[in-house]
Design a protein around this ligand. Structure first.
Ligand code: IPM
Ligand code: SF4
Length: 466
């Protein structure tokens, strides 16, 4: 029997097999950020341990950095302490760091891939749930807890159980201005927020192989939002072209041998998945969340579901609670609801393609007078590229604020927060209660939907505007 890509990646990293289901795996890349690493370093210091392989550890500052200034003295106390701790820890343990002055600084899941740190076949961990993003390159990548961060720092290994395998095959062609974000929201709506629990999901099919790396990252980024351990996509020519000549990508003959190895990183034709799901996205409409979990999704031309339409009692109760929190009513169309904030950013949708498509739909238009809209590029490199292409001017001329890179309003650990009852079109990945600020109301959408909402002050069906 053949092996799935996940099984190959898992088996390739075993250095000690406890039993059939649990092994100690070697970690090729350990990414760290300021929020989940301070206690791990304290643990090391307390036990007089060193970092086993500082060259395979990499740090950035993203979660609570300001998007208005690079001066850490202007941050709030908690942010400043965490940033200062990361600076000290990286200095003391000799760990490379993209600090706020570095031209490569940015969100951890943006900087790894764009600098060629994230490579096919690697095992990548980070104290952050959206580490699954890196799976888009055919790497096994997942989030870990703070005590595990300490363990990886000390040993460069991680104890892991073997997960079940799920294949999600996507067929069909995306229409103009319908994006990978719409695909993943639709998938989560279809299988639910716990549909992936216990699995590593491999996305396959003709739609996936035609997606850019940016699009594939958006998909794998949100695999975690359906409960999966991770999402992966087999690397191909699009992956190789993306990685060629990146800062840390292999060069010369190393590149050629890497490609030779990477080409084997796919599920065998006779591999057996524990579960397979087939989804067709022909005629997919723009998707938008109406509730407070990422499966509460509708197409923009559908009304919010009626409470009586939920068969499952838990989902019914959750829908009632969500509507109350969101200040919405069943049966209403979201195209009739006003929004007053727009956030284009986060590790889901802050890459150059996201900014290109968002700027395209707002070109020569102006942000609605009710709306405050911000664009937060995922990294300094994304920002620089966007500025080179003049995208910043398009956004600024339209009335958007053009900010410095970071997680920003995705989780509001800095000043970028919604006020109570603000209603936000957000390109991020989580719409939980209070996620973007106390009593904030988040609608997860694609960069196209968010950009259009900024112009009209409400959601629009882009297909009708074309
Ligand atoms: C702060 C961090 C632990 C958290 C995560 O792991 O996901 C954050 O990135 C988030 O998106 O909520
Ligand atoms: S952008 Fe949001 S989801 Fe991504 S790592 Fe930062 S806080 Fe988490």
């Amino acid at each position: 029997m053949g092996k799935t890509l996940y099984e190959k990646l898992y088996d390739n990293h075993i250095i000690y097999k406890e039993n059939n289901d649990t092994s100690i795996l070697y970690v090729d890349l350990h990414l760290i950020h300021e929020v989940t690493s301070p206690q791990a370093f304290s643990g090391l210091r307390l036990n007089n341990r060193s970092v086993h392989c500082s060259k395979k550890t990499f740090a950035t500052m993203d979660h609570n950095v300001s998007t208005k200034t690079n001066d850490i003295n202007l941050l709030n106390n908690m942010a400043r302490n965490q940033i200062q701790a990361l600076l000290n820890n990286c200095r003391d343990f000799n760990i490379p760091l993209f600090d706020l002055k570095n031209e490569n600084q940015g969100i951890v899941h943006v900087i790894g891939p764009e600098n060629g740190m994230t490579l096919p076949g690697m095992l990548i961990v980070c104290g952050d749930s959206h580490t699954s993003t890196h799976g888009a390159f055919g790497a096994l990548a997942f989030g870990i807890g703070t005590s595990e961060v300490e363990h990886v720092l000390a040993t460069q290994t991680i104890k892991q159980k073997r997960y079940k395998t799920m294949k999600i095959n996507i067929s069909g062609t995306l229409n103009n201005y319908i994006t990978p974000k719409d695909i993943i929201l639709y998938i989560i709506k279809t299988i639910g927020v716990s549909g992936g629990t216990g699995y590593v999901i491999e996305f396959t099919g003709e739609t996936i192989t035609s997606l850019s790396m940016e699009g594939r990252m958006t998909l794998c980024n949100m695999a975690i939002e359906m409960g999966a351990k991770s999402g992966i996509i087999a690397p191909d020519i699009i992956t190789f072209n993306y990685l060629k000549n990146k800062k840390f990508s292999p060069k010369g003959s190393d590149w050629n041998s890497a490609i030779k190895y990477w080409k084997n990183l796919k599920s065998d034709h006779n591999a057996v998945f524990d579960k397979s799901i087939f989804i067709n996205i022909n005629n997919l409409a723009p998707q938008v969340t109406w509730g407070t979990n990422p499966e509460q999704v509708i197409s923009i031309d559908e009304p919010i579901p009626l409470i009586k339409s939920f068969q499952n009692i838990i989902k019914k109760e959750s829908a009632k609670k969500s509507l109350l929190y969101m200040g919405l009513k069943e049966g209403v169309f979201l195209t009739d609801v006003k929004i007053n904030k727009v956030f284009i950013g986060s590790c889901t949708n802050s890459r150059i393609e996201d900014l290109r498509i968002a700027s395209k739909v707002i070109y020569n238009q102006h942000v609605h007078s009710r709306v405050k809209a911000i664009v937060v590029p995922g990294s300094k490199l994304v920002k620089k590229q966007a500025e080179k292409e003049g995208l910043d001017k398009i956004f600024i001329n339209a009335g958007f604020e053009w900010r410095l890179p970071g997680c920003s309003m995705c989780l509001g650990m800095n000043d970028d927060q919604l006020n109570p009852k603000d209603r936000c079109a957000s390109t991020s990945n989580r719409n939980f209660e209070h996620r973007q600020g106390r009593n904030s109301r988040t609608h997860l959408v694609s960069p196209v939907m968010a950009a259009i909402a900024a112009i009209f002050g409400k959601f629009k069906d882009i297909r009708k505007l074309l």
